[in-house]
Design a protein around this ligand. Structure first.
Ligand code: ATP
Length: 158
């Protein structure tokens, strides 16, 4: 996978985005994760976005999550918890977009949910299993399920 934001051949556009599963351990109720939503579009999703020129995948993930949630965040570990691929058409443009999105586990280090940008209407903590039920895209849900597994395993090992 290249680090350039966009490459194009034969009308095929390959792009990448990066984002995260922001989580916190919430006392007895267990694990919570952050979702961003546009309820009118029935969209509940993980925060993510495309790179600005020269950014690494981690930098894009940190910036996009921070902009869309209002929180400052730190990445857990050095690898994404998972990456998903999907393809879509852009109305009025020929060919298809092939997209890969890398998601990192992240924890909040500061900031304020009130300060999220206008990309989504809602930015909220959800019980992790409730989040899975809410999420619009099954491939993103699988990322959160993997995150729950990894974090519960970590907790059990303590
Ligand atoms: P970014 O947040 O990376 O800037 P964007 O807002 O430009 O992205 P996407 O969120 O990737 O675009 O949405 C582009 C198209 O892909 C839309 O039609 C959307 O419904 C669809 N889509 C978005 N996320 C997924 C997904 N996880 N699986 C399948 N299709 C998706």
């Amino acid at each position: 996978m290249g680090r350039r934001p966009v490459s194009s051949r034969d009308g095929v556009r390959e792009i990448w985005s990066a984002g995260g599963v922001v989580y916190r351990r919430a006392g007895d109720s267990g694990l919570e994760v952050m979702l961003v939503a546009r309820p009118r579009e029935r969209l509940w999703a993980l925060p993510k976005g495309k790179p600005e020129p020269g950014e690494s995948i981690e930098q894009t993930a940190l910036r996009e999550v921070s902009e869309e949630t209002g929180l400052q965040v730190a990445i857990d570990g050095s690898e994404p918890v998972g990456s998903i691929r999907y393809t879509y058409e852009v109305p009025g443009r020929p060919g298809r977009v092939y997209k890969v999105v890398h998601h990192y586990l992240m924890q909040p280090t500061g900031g304020d949910l009130e300060r999220h940008d206008g990309e989504y209407d809602l930015v909220e903590w959800y019980d992790a299993h409730e989040a899975c039920k809410r999420m619009t895209y099954p491939n993103e849900r699988a990322i959160v399920e993997r995150a729950i597994e990894a974090l519960n395993g970590e907790e059990a090992a303590r």
